[in-house]
Design a protein around this ligand. Structure first.
Ligand SMILES: NC(=O)c1ccc[n+]([C@@H]2O[C@H](COP(=O)([O-])OP(=O)(O)OC[C@H]3O[C@@H](n4cnc5c(N)ncnc54)[C@H](O)[C@@H]3O)[C@@H](O)[C@H]2O)c1
Ligand SMILES: N[C@@H](CCSC[C@H]1O[C@@H](n2cnc3c(=O)[nH]cnc32)[C@H](O)[C@@H]1O)C(=O)O
Length: 421
């Protein structure tokens, strides 16, 4: 939607179109979901407000929703997650885009407010959210639009936690679906998507080898498991830091050494945080790190590594390669931060593989459809995607790769659900 959009340079559109076409070509699940479920008029004239990193797979999701009849507006949760060529192309494909990589980071709410203004302009809308950014603004600076929000579907682990916090306070005024908590999301996106794309971003940004390196993974949730697995697969010696003893035990059973972060700080050569928490790597860790240590964050918040503290502790900071900053710290040591301490696979990479986002965005499209159709019967809280919808996405994906699963026989069903036998 050219007139409504605000992008950096419309002239970049041709390259953006090529990227979106590639994503479309490799999104068989979303294409089947579109053909099977999205053409039933649910989205006709409905607003859809989207906050997601602006790259080709996101773009394709919004195009599919626009083609289903929705009035779609999209912005990025921040300027570091914007590919300007994709934003320019998207604006030519019937979507209102408020995204530029040059937008001031401290004004990140403004484009999100524009999304709400556009999507809810005289109509009802559903939201597809990232870290509850649109949800927060709909409850604060855009409260006037709140009654027209049918609900929000949340993409990230961190955002689901925020919607749950709103629910616990009794502050949530529309139903939310934890899209992140669908099995077809976190089992693949958080684990394999983050695993592959984090390692890709590190290798591409540093041009260094992974094999033989001592890689410390902080947080052994779904993302941490994926990162550890991909690093180990490339030959790294993997160490895990956790605060949950069960998750720590899982890492041990998976074959990794588990130890406190202060000890790991002394031996690691590469550190990757994936906790969703703050200050996981901070001054006391930086002080112990070896010269040349590489630091990156794959978690969904940008304070997992205390970058401000690292900056304060440094006599000099300079960019030594694209997306790699060198911090000169005490003892003549140099620490290297990849991707500014933000989600490294997006700030220093192309995000998750297209097949992964095909699954995630199929889940998102079906969450949005459910909110659009069922919002009146849903309580003002956080909901899970019904199991049968999750299973349908998996079934479609298996079909696209020529595979399938069995069904229980009636005897097996009975055996599993009765206790007298
Ligand atoms: N990079 C990506 O593309 C991507 C993809 C999905 C999710 N995420 C984000 O990554 C983060 C993690 O997501 P997840 O799904 O793995 O969550 P999760 O809840 O499954 O795992 C987080 C783990 O971190 C551990 N942890 C918390 N604080 C810690 C600390 N101080 N030290 C060590 N471990 C600690 C927790 O015990 C838990 O096991 C979230 O912020 C999420 O939004 C990023
Ligand atoms: N935008 C957040 C960080 C989001 S973290 C992670 C989320 O990004 C999503 N993600 C990862 N790769 C891609 C991609 O290529 N396109 C769109 N979303 C992605 C992924 O599903 C995950 O839940 C911030 O403000 O810091």
């Amino acid at each position: 939607m050219k007139g409504a959009s605000e992008v950096l340079d419309p002239g970049l559109a041709p390259e953006g179109h090529r990227k979106i076409d590639w994503a479309a070509r490799h999104s068989p699940v979303l294409n089947r979901v579109r053909d099977r479920y999205l053409k039933d008029g649910t989205f006709e004239g409905l607003g859809v407000g989207v906050a997601l990193p602006i790259e080709a797979k996101t773009a394709y999701l919004t195009v599919v929703l626009a083609e289903a009849g929705a009035r779609v507006a999209v912005a990025s949760p921040g300027p570091f997650f914007v590919q300007d060529d994709v934003a320019a192309a998207l604006a030519e494909r019937g979507v209102a885009v408020y995204a530029s990589s040059r937008n001031p980071p401290e004004e990140a709410d403004r484009p999100l407010e524009r999304v709400l203004d556009f999507a809810l302009d005289g109509r009802e809308a559903v939201l597809i959210d990232d870290r509850a950014g649109l949800g927060r603004l709909a409850h604060t600076t855009r409260r006037n639009l709140l009654p027209r929000v049918r609900g929000a579907s949340e993409e990230t682990t961190s955002g689901v936690a925020k919607f749950r916090a709103m629910e616990a306070e009794g502050a949530l005024e529309f139903p939310a679906i934890a899209a992140n908590d669908a099995r077809c999301k976190y089992l693949f996106d958080n684990r394999y998507g983050t695993g592959q794309s984090t390692l890709t971003a590190l290798m591409h940004s540093t041009n260094q080898m992974v094999g033989g390196k001592r890689v410390v993974v902080l947080g052994y949730g779904w993302c941490g498991k994926g990162i550890a697995r991909y690093a180990a697969g490339l030959g790294a010696r993997v160490f895990v830091c956790e605060v949950d003893p069960v998750r720590g035990l899982e890492a041990y059973a998976d074959g990794f050494d588990v130890l406190p972060a202060l000890e790991a700080a002394e031996l690691g050569e590469v550190f990757v945080t994936a906790t969703g928490s703050r200050d996981v790597l901070r001054e006391e860790h930086f002080e112990r790190m070896r010269d040349g240590a590489i630091l990156a964050n794959a978690g969904g918040v940008d304070v997992e590594i205390d970058v401000a503290g690292l900056r304060d502790a440094s006599s000099e900071v300079r960019e030594v390669r694209r997306n790699v900053e060198e911090f000169s710290v005490s003892g003549g040591r140099r620490l290297y931060l990849v991707g500014r301490g933000m989600v490294v696979n997006l700030t220093a990479g192309d995000g998750h593989p297209v097949e992964i986002m095909d699954l995630t965005f199929s889940v998102q499209a079906l969450c949005a459809r459910r909110l659009a159709r069922e919002h009146r019967s849903m309580h003002l809280g956080v909901h899970l995607l019904p199991e049968e919808i999750d299973e349908e996405v998996a079934r479609i994906k298996l079909q696209t790769v020529g595979m399938s699963v069995d069904s229980l026989t009636p005897e097996q069903e009975r055996f599993l659900t009765t206790w007298r036998e």
